[in-house]
Design a protein around this ligand. Structure first.
Ligand SMILES: Cc1cc2nc3c(=O)[nH]c(=O)nc-3n(C[C@H](O)[C@H](O)[C@H](O)COP(=O)(O)O)c2cc1C
Length: 268
């Protein structure tokens, strides 16, 4: 075994095929007479681990326990079924308040963390509020008058919606922010592209478990405006909530997909 900083290459099993050298996006590996050498600039993308036919590369700084071996039997996803599932995803605004079982939550998070990130920074923090959601919602609604004052002072274009939601909550006990959802996902990162990709993975994984979701721009606007909520969630002033998504079983079933605007595709 030779320890090459972040990489361990097992020279007893390495066959010198060079696949890791070719697939390294930052050209951090070089083939020499003694075998593969690490020459720096590693992005920690793990491609060298993934591509090696003899499982001779490991990266101790990464979660090696989560690495799965290729198994063709697990790739039985048919393209038309995948597309159909994507088309049958709907934004849920009537949730049943049944809790999402923890193994499913963990699988959704796992799907999110395997999305690509710019420069492979993997900086996104994933926060799920389920057990604490009733307490969080109570604090949320208690803070609403203050948020409305702030929005009035700022002449916020979202004020009319917020006032209507508050009115509905007070007079009809209808909650246009949380829609009775049992769980809320927050993705904390200053890279909205990373967050969007991770959220799409989480949403699709949930969908496979018949867990519906709702991206919620109003909550994304409201939560950072209340410092008590941010403190409760442990989100620092220098951090950004990029995605707020509700999740849970849908109280509505759909008989068909929803129509979209005419496609704006260009293939040149
Ligand atoms: C970034 C983003 C923010 C959204 N915010 C809200 C929201 O605050 N409240 C809401 O009811 N729906 C929200 N939606 C849901 C959209 O209205 C919904 O995706 C759209 O109407 C299409 O419906 P579908 O998701 O069922 O296809 C949001 C969607 C996205 C992508």
């Amino acid at each position: 075994m030779e320890n090459i900083e972040r990489l361990i290459i097992n020279r007893d099993t390495c066959v010198g095929c060079g696949l890791c050298v070719n697939d390294c996006p930052s050209k951090a590996l070089r083939m020499t007479d003694e075998g593969v050498n690490y020459i720096g600039r590693c992005l920690e993308c793990g491609h060298c681990v993934a591509v090696c036919p003899t499982n001779s590369v490991s990266m101790p700084v990464l979660d090696m326990d989560g690495v799965a071996e290729y198994n063709p039997a697990t790739f039985d996803l048919k393209p038309e079924n995948l597309l159909n599932s994507m088309k049958f995803r709907r934004s849920v605004r009537f949730f049943s308040n049944l809790e999402i079982p923890e193994p499913i939550l963990l699988q959704m998070l796992e799907a999110g963390r395997h999305a690509p990130t710019a420069s492979n920074t993997q900086k996104t923090r994933f926060i799920v509020v389920q057990k604490d959601l009733p307490e969080f919602k109570q604090m949320f609604w208690e803070g609403m008058p203050q948020i409305l004052e702030q929005m009035k002072a700022e002449n916020s274009p979202a004020l009319a919606n917020f006032e209507r939601f508050y009115h509905n909550y007070q007079t009809k006990n209808f909650d246009n922010f949380f829609f009775n959802a049992p769980a809320m996902f927050l993705l904390v990162t200053n890279n909205v592209w990373d967050a969007g990709l991770a959220a799409a993975n989480i949403e699709l994984m949930g969908h496979a478990h018949r867990i519906g979701s709702l991206h919620n721009g109003f909550l994304k606007r409201a939560i950072p405006a209340n410092s008590k909520l941010m403190e409760y969630l442990g989100i620092g002033e220098d951090e950004t909530i990029a995605v707020v998504m509700l999740a849970g079983r849908s109280g509505v079933s759909y008989s068909r997909t929803a129509p979209r605007k005419p496609a704006k595709f260009e293939i040149r």
